[in-house]
Write a protein that binds this ligand. Sequence first.
Ligand code: GLU
Length: 508
Amino acid sequence: MDKKVRVRFAPSPTGPLHIGGVRTALYNYLFAKQHQGDFILRIEDTDSQRFVPGAEEYIQETFDWLGLEFDESPKKGGQYGPYRQSERKDIYRQYVWQLLEKGKAYIAFDTPEELEKKRKEIPNFQYDASTRNRMRNSLSLSKEETQALLDSHSQYVVRIKIEPGIDITVDDLIRGKVTINSSVLDDKVIYKSADELPTYHLANVVDDHLMQITHVIRGEEWLPSAPLHVWLYKSFGWEDSMPQFAHLPLLLKPEGSGKLSKRDGDRLGFPVFPLQWKDPKTGEIFSGYRESGYLPEAVINFLALLGWNPGTEQEIFSLEELIGAFSFERCSKSGARFDYEKARWFNHKYILATPDEKIAAMFMPVLKEKNIPASRDYVTRVVGLVKDRVSFVKELWDQSSYFFVAPTVYDEKTVRKRWKAETPDQMRELIGILEKMDDFSAENQEKVIMKWIQDNGYHLGNVMNAFRLALVGEGKGPHIFDITVLLGKEETISRLKKAIETIPTPHV
Ligand code: GLU
């Protein structure tokens, strides 16, 4: 490749960005960075009727959160700007006129009613070479008639003129060469006088050309548009600088058939949007990965493997590793099943891999909300002991609350199983041993307590589980001497006393 790689992510701000769009952007990013290229954000907002306030900000915030930085964007600027299509109207008009002058496009005056009438008259009506001379346009009307209509400010559209019977080949990096015959295409509208705006197809192609995009990497749903885009490139005489296409596989429902939709998320209880979104009109809230407690690194890793595979067993990839390993050859042609359980698994792995201090910093606000005073250092040590039991930061509280508040109730089942008639006396003895202990390290506690149990012929399981019950309130938790060390001698003893007082002694 001699040209510098330049790719763009080109969302339309019509609502919250779908998680599939995030995957498209990620693949663009990985490919660009692999080739020391540029990753550009272009906002395709020419359809003013579908514009949703806040959607562009949402997109920018998503990538800020994920740490995928654009080299050029509406926010950052760049030498090929503006990066919002609504600010490029004059540019498009110029190119529409260029096509008209070259005879590659024409002006059409048909009203919606006229079009409707033709659709009824002609079976499988399509505005193309076979029908255009029966319509009201600059090809069927005389020069004078056309000019008169323009002078009288009649509304019109500009249509691309597709010549029939020509093979159009889209060279796709994932799908290979896809050839269709131009006869199946219609003369698509590329510009509307009503809002003085180009349609998606024209703006998209003109911008890709002007922004010197080398690779168009986008969702499979755009594959049907690709032949028209190729045709537009040729009509402009830009075939030499035509970008390479790569159409990514669809994201499928967790069950494996059909496209993943917002409704699947609601139905199965997982987010299909990167960030939480509040619909500005209805006030409806859509959950996001960020708010659900996902780490951005986990989301990136999870998405990278939806439609691409490394060809090895490796599943955990840093962003740097993904940049190195990504390739179109290993992107699948068929849809990728959205395995939500896998997302949780990735988050768990990333919680484990993230330093305890960092997880503690995320956990601190949860504690603060519960009015639990705790030092950062203490929380860090708690996190270290329990994080292997959680997939999300918010689950830490359930696994660690006893480190912050002494139990007041005791799990009945464990009580029944472990709190025997002799237990209170044994716990009193244990208090005596702990009180005398100078070295409160886990090793020393273990040594001394084990010896005491052995010397007295006590039931190891019952004694240790009663001890745990007094500290935790139930039979779970990490290694018991890790708990006592963290709680400290005083708190450990006080919890034993409280348990003796509270748990009724069973009758023999
Ligand atoms: N604006 C289109 C979208 O919303 C862009 C498609 C493309 O990347 O060409 O996805």
